[in-house]
Write a protein of this length. Sequence first.
Length: 114
Amino acid sequence: QVQLVESGGGLVQPGGSLTLSCAASGFSFRFYVMGWYRQAPGKEREFVARITGGGTTNMEDSVKGRFSISRDDAKNTVYLQMNSLKPDDTAVYYCNALYKTLNWGQGTQVTVSS
């Protein structure tokens, strides 16, 4: 059974940083694409970043240069490092794993506000 558990969200001031973690279990983590999405109030869920099993990354344009995605296959964990945060980054952040189907975590709230 696939499980994805996000953590690391919280309240941060504009310009601040947060690191989100997603701990995965139930599949051979190192072989699969992992991704981060976010959903702001009243908006659709949108792509943020993804990383392949080989470490190739793709970032959504609005976060390029501010966010980075990485993975630690020994810990079955994917990270989203978020710097220079803006109020528009406020959202619930979800990780996903493309294993047989698209699996989602429960999400972690990120609020950027002064």
